[in-house]
Write a protein that binds this ligand. Structure first.
Ligand code: KG4
Ligand code: ZN
Length: 344
């Protein structure tokens, strides 16, 4: 089966072509309009999707060596995300499915991130996990730890109560005067820094207090960095944002990574599931990747991290998930509409 997938849940316009279990093309057009604002502006995002969607779909078909005649189903993200952004992708996908008379399949973006671990181009022979596996989704919008079982069964083991991990990277980056998004910048600067320079509170919330095994608050961590900077006077502040910037970045990054991987190791122990996927934009983080590989050896689990192109928001992951749903005999009506607050 050959599937066209569309993803417009936030600020990236993405399309992919998927055929016989392989990703033939996956293109993302990132909207640079938001950089000047230091964050995504919903109104601008929706309008930019309107301009980009057709060229991105056309380029994706041509890169895959396919035409619309080859497309046997259309998959599209229907939530969670920004309403105005989702509407553009959904309307386009519905019109296409209606016009071509092929099935439409709505995909939950959070499930998309999880199944990104199965996205492989034709020559890609990296291993993919068997079921069940544990999945840590860490992106700009979400932080969740999920038990994934065969047959589309997802059990949420825990997650953030406020900001997502990537959001914390971006907000702390902004405080430190770094360009948006802060995640990759902090990662780069932290390589030269001392992670023990500043002791920050862990973003992991205690099970005793919350009644949840794996609860996080990244907003508290972000606020701790703000208080630290606010308490510094003129030259000390200049020093912190100058010579000590790599140390600050390393301290913040290490606090996030230690907390996330601590939860993963504990989840492996508690569930007995020895396969772990880490997905979402933050899985590109170099410390997270190296420490996760160490933890896999020490704690005895297999680790699966998709390449960066499938970790950040993309349509290949929507195609893979859509194909799983179609295989299970599921599809969506042409009345499909955006669900901005959709949960896992
Ligand atoms: O998955 P994604 O593209 O979008 C969402 O679904 O939100 O993730 C984007 C997030 C941003 O917050 C960005 O700062 C973060 O991923 N990110 C990183 C790195 N690369 C991207 N965070 C830390 N280290 C990185 N190397
Ligand atoms: Zn995402």
């Amino acid at each position: 089966m050959t599937l066209l997938a569309i993803e417009t849940s936030c600020d990236d316009t993405a399309a992919a072509v998927f055929s016989d279990g392989r990703v033939l093309s996956s293109l993302v057009s990132s909207q640079e309009e938001h950089i000047a604002y230091g964050g995504v502006v919903p109104e601008i995002a929706g309008r930019a999707h309107e301009r980009f969607i057709l060229p991105v779909v056309e380029a994706s078909l041509s890169r895959a060596g396919k035409t619309l005649d080859d497309i046997e189903a259309v998959a599209v993200t229907y939530g969670p995300g920004l309403a105005g952004s989702l509407h553009v992708g959904i309307s386009f996908a519905k019109a296409l499915a209606f016009g071509r008379g092929v099935p439409l399949v709505g995909v939950n973006h959070l499930q998309g991130h999880i199944y990104s671990v199965f996205a492989r181009a034709p020559e890609d022979d990296r291993p993919i996990p068997d079921f069940p596996f544990l999945c840590l989704t860490v992106s700009g919008g979400h932080t969740q730890l999920v038990l994934v079982e065969e047959g589309f069964k997802h059990t949420l083991l825990g997650g953030t109560r406020d900001d997502a991990a990537g959001e914390a990277f971006d907000k702390v980056g902004k405080m430190l005067g770094l360009p948006f998004p802060g995640g990759p910048e902090i990662d780069r600067l932290a390589r030269e820094g001392d992670p023990n320079y500043l002791k920050l509170p862990t973003p992991r919330l205690s099970e005793e207090k919350t009644g949840e095994a794996f609860a996080f608050s990244f907003s508290g961590l972000k606020t701790a960095v703000r208080y630290y900077l606010d308490d510094l006077d003129g030259t000390a502040r200049e020093d912190a944002l100058g010579a000590r910037l790599p140390d600050l970045c390393a301290s913040f990054q290490s606090t996030v990574v230690v907390a996330l991987l601590g939860a993963v190791a504990e989840a492996v122990q508690r569930t007995g599931v020895r396969r772990v996927a880490i997905v979402g934009g933050v899985s590109a983080n170099s410390l997270l990747r190296s420490k996760a590989a160490e933890s896999a050896k020490v704690n005895g689990f297999e680790l699966f991290i998709p390449p960066p192109g499938y970790s950040v928001d993309n349509a290949a992951m929507i195609a893979v998930t859509g194909a799983f749903r179609l295989e299970a005999g599921e599809s969506s009506p042409l009345t499909l509409s955006a669900e901005p607050a959709l949960r896992l």
